[in-house]
Design a protein around this ligand. Sequence first.
Ligand SMILES: Nc1ncnc2c1ncn2[C@@H]1O[C@H](COP(=O)(O)OP(=O)(O)O)[C@@H](O)[C@H]1O
Ligand SMILES: [Mg+2]
Length: 232
Amino acid sequence: MRLLDVAGLTAGYGRVQALHGVDVAVADNEIVALVGSNGAGKTTLLRAICGLITTTGGRIRFAGQDITGQPVESVVRRGLVLVPEGRRLFAGLSVRDNLRLGGWASRSADIDRVLGLFPPLARRLDQVAGTLSGGEQQMCAIARGLMSRPSLIMIDELSLGLAPLVVDEILTKLPDIAAAGTAVLLVEQDVEAALSVSTRGYVLETGVIALSGTSLQLRSDSRIQQAYLGEL
Ligand SMILES: Nc1ncnc2c1ncn2[C@@H]1O[C@H](COP(=O)(O)OP(=O)(O)O)[C@@H](O)[C@H]1O
Ligand SMILES: [Mg+2]
């Protein structure tokens, strides 16, 4: 059964429609990439899925239930979390407090579990999040999302502003996260990196899914190579 099943989704801002009937699915324990140029509608799609913006058409099913139109709190409680573009940490709070705020139903074991995934954070638990490096902030944002043991985490622009080595360090954790029971929907500008860590992918262009397939297929697709991988 599909964990997340989005069918014919439309959404937008006022009279501007940003999504024109989007179909996207994620299975349990899967890593799925969502790529596309700036303004394609990737952030809008993630916001619509988790109930942060109202949809105007289509259906969202999650873990066997229709969550279309549900408020974000209810979606989070069902096990679907978003790591937003720009991370949105509480800059003035410690790493520990940021993590605690992520776990609405967390146990102390959850802090140990997420620190096991991102050891650099363990050394910075009492440090104020605003003073972390960009990579550590992204680790903290993902760790915060994982505190409530979601079955799906959606990460918007994981690599934004990060050095390639740091991006690799974080991307290599995604298979561990998925294997431990949290599927990943990854929005990424770095198409090469996204397709190397995912099993399937979708290309969103001006609010419609232009291409989808296994990541292997997409990497060898000439349209992807020309538009996103800088190959001619
Ligand atoms: N808050 C907003 N108000 C009005 N239009 C918006 C808003 N956010 C995004 N848009 C528009 O919606 C479209 C999709 O944007 P977005 O989902 O942010 O794309 P992406 O994340 O792929 O870069 C763009 O045309 C963008 O200008
Ligand atoms: Mg975006």
